[in-house]
Design a protein around this ligand. Sequence first.
Ligand code: SF4
Length: 233
Amino acid sequence: MPILLKNQTSAQLHATLAHAGVSPHLARRLLAASVKRGELPALGSDLTARLRDDLRALTEIPHLTQVQKVVSPQDGFTKYLFQGQGTGQFEAVRIPLLHRPDDLKYVACVSSQVGCAMGCVFCATGRMGFGRNLAAWEIVDQVVKMQADSPHPIRGVVFMGMGEPLLNYDAVMTAIQVLSEPCGMAIAAKAITLSTVGIIPGIRRFTAERHPARLVVSLTSADPLQRRELLPV
Ligand code: SF4
């Protein structure tokens, strides 16, 4: 199995590829080139032609396929439908924040799963049932593809698309690190927000591990009985 770039942090890439001669600096260049240009980095003092040939054999740069793009004429929100390497399709939304002429930017709303097992009664994704967890690169590449399609930078990410992010914990945390690394998408971790329907073990783990991203709990209703009717979890 090839090592998928965009699917690991630079530190993980170094640990995985050190045996081939990849230094921590080259691991950062590998992540940057795969995320920003979809290719291996240029030759340099840390990357000989021979090592690059080895990396071509050892690694793969995966890409999502964009299936559909719909722009709202009312507010400019743009919905993308993607296909990854597994079954099922999933959505992401580019949210425009264009009210300050000196700070034109977007927030990306991404999916963490295909479908969702949580069954919230008001949610179309919940009615689909659970399909599969997305890989970290499939989360990262939603932002990469939307950025490539955008005239202004994506400065924030919210996990409010399809799926419950705390039920795909490891891939989501890896994706957050890749999105926030300076050699990744360089999006400030405090501008990345997970939204959970209330997965208590995941909330405990997230807070115990002191991740720098933000966590919001979707209450939907402050009345416990009504909440239980709307959110079976
Ligand atoms: S957790 Fe989110 S995606 Fe899943 S069913 Fe509830 S609202 Fe929908």
